[in-house]
Ligand binder design. Structure first.
Ligand code: C2O
Length: 508
């Protein structure tokens, strides 16, 4: 175990990942933001200076449970105040999970402007063999900056035109570029970490000519799963690691093909694909730089996907039961002052000016007071040790990747499209369900998740589509407030000042 210390100055830099130059948020003058590599047991220390000048910021460590370090979770308005321009914050926490993660700004819909990167935890006891490894990030990309796109998305005219047309990505990127070449050696086994760190659509992707064996999802080792000729589908926030074995010779190069989910972007939204629109991205496994880079094969649209409910965690954790606490999220939407908002049980999340962790620690978990200050955070209070079941009834016409901070959850059931609200568990629930931290929930369908409340803190539960985060598709799990430090002798509320750098709460 060692300390991994990073000194980061966050600033705007110019980049042109798809040929169009625009300002992006980079680190120490560079973009793409760097991959962080740590070993199991290390301590990660990141000094963040906000050199953006015009925006506040923060960093969330997506997938890390932050056991006993909840104030390091990095979610603005939840566990911390935003880091104001010109100021500084140090994140520091122990690495006690292995596998594939990422970091991103969790402040003001900021990360799609480029402030996100991979975080890989290497494991000395990794339960499979490989020769080398590399990372693939998949994202949708926009030529305009997020504040402008959000203004359009949250405008009254957009709400009138349609129930919240999300802005269309200008391109898809692999490793933040449109010409990524990954040099490989023949006859080797590679561990490939795939991370969906985009803003909106899910991705479908495949290596031409190389079969994938899934070994990890969202930091959970799974029994090796041979994908065969199936495609992998990955939603925002999700990670999948696969093993591929390279060809015995270097006679040709191979394409990596990725497509953004056109169902999510167009068909489920009732819009047509504009002529010439390209939802695809290509990268290459390069065996021999002197040889041509082939175009990917042309695929139909009738993909057969690997179903993540077929994965079996290596630790074979049995179903958590009995359930002591059920949380039901019925999602919907509502116009507030002409602007389209998403809702959870009819309430739209409105960011507080005092982080909910502080509020729960002071005025208490009911958060009943002034919404102008404490926001509308859709709180669910659970007790320490509870086995919590989360039911998500997705009453929208589109898919949503739901993500929980602070935990991995078991996925007991995920319905097909159109199956409606949850009624009961079907007969085919796995006795050792897949565990992950982000799950795609089908349109007009549901998902049933369980976790053990063994990590006191305040944890967001939200759709990982950044448009929908801003539109309020979020809830807050207030876990074990009875154990919070200071719950007995909480400081007076005035101890916590309203966050200086936080924007005024949404008021419509
Ligand atoms: Cu990737 Cu709430 O986070």
């Amino acid at each position: 175990a060692k300390d991994v210390y990073l000194d980061w100055n966050v600033t705007w830099v110019n980049a042109s990942p798809d040929g169009f130059e625009r300002p992006v948020i980079g680190i120490n003058g560079e973009w793409p933001c760097p991959q962080i590599d740590v070993d199991m047991g290390d301590r990660l220390i990141v000094d963040v200076y906000n050199g953006l000048g015009n925006e506040s910021t923060g960093i969330h460590w997506h997938g890390f449970h932050q056991y006993a370090t909840g104030v390091m979770d990095g979610a603005s308005g939840v566990t911390q105040c935003p880091i104001a321009p010109g100021s500084h914050m140090q994140y520091h926490f122990d690495i006690n999970q292995t596998g594939t993660y990422w970091y991103h700004s969790h402040n003001m819909a900021q990360y799609p402007d480029g402030f996100r990167g991979p975080l890989i935890v290497h494991d000395p006891n990794v339960p499979f063999a490989y020769d080398d490894e590399f990372t693939i990030t998949l994202t949708d990309w926009y030529h305009q900056q997020m504040p402008d796109l959000l203004n359009a998305y949250e405008s009254e005219s957009n709400a009138q035109a349609f129930h919240g047309n999300e802005p269309l990505p200008d391109s898809a990127l692999i490793n933040d570029a449109s010409d990524t070449k990954i040099k490989v050696l023949p006859n080797k086994t590679y561990l490939v970490h795939i991370i969906a760190l985009g803003n909106w659509p899910g991705h479908t992707w495949v290596f031409d000519g190389h079969e994938m064996t899934v070994v990890e999802v969202d930091g959970v080792y799974v029994e090796p799963y041979a994908a065969g000729d199936k495609f992998l589908r990955i939603g925002n926030g999700q990670r999948v690691s696969v093993l591929i074995h390279t060809k015995p010779d270097t006679s040709r190069n191979f394409a990596i093909w990725d497509t953004m989910d056109v169902n999510m972007m167009f068909f489920f939204e009732g819009r047509d694909i504009p002529p010439g629109y390209n939802p695809n991205a290509t990268a290459w496994l390069v065996y021999d730089e002197a040889k041509p880079l082939p175009a990917p094969p042309v695929f139909g649209t009738d993909f057969v996907f690997v179903d993540d409910l077929d994965f079996v965690p290596r630790d074979r954790e049995p179903i958590l039961e009995p359930v002591n606490h059920q949380i039901v999220l019925n999602t919907g939407s509502r116009r507030i002052n002409g602007v389209q908002r998403f809702t959870v049980n009819n309430e739209t999340y409105m960011p507080p000016q005092v982080p909910t962790l502080y509020t729960a620690n002071t005025v208490g978990p009911e958060l009943a007071s002034n919404p102008e200050v404490y926001g509308q955070v859709n709180p669910f209070v659970v007790k320490h040790g509870d086995i919590v079941e989360i039911v998500i009834n997705n009453r929208h016409n589109n898919l949503h990747p739901w993500h929980l901070h602070g935990h991995q959850f078991q996925v007991l059931q995920r319905s097909d499209i159109g199956a409606g609200d949850y009624k009961s568990l079907g007969p085919n629930v796995s006795k050792t369900p897949v565990r992950r931290d982000t799950i795609m929930v089908q349109n007009n369908g549901h998902a049933v998740l369980r976790f053990r409340a063994d990590n006191p803190g305040v944890w967001l539960l939200h759709c990982h589509i950044e448009w929908h985060v801003e539109a309020g598709l979020m809830a807050t799990i207030i876990e074990a407030p009875e154990t919070f430090p200071g719950s007995e002798n909480a400081p007076p509320n005035s101890h916590y000042n309203v966050c200086a750098a936080y924007p005024a709460p949404y008021s419509g």
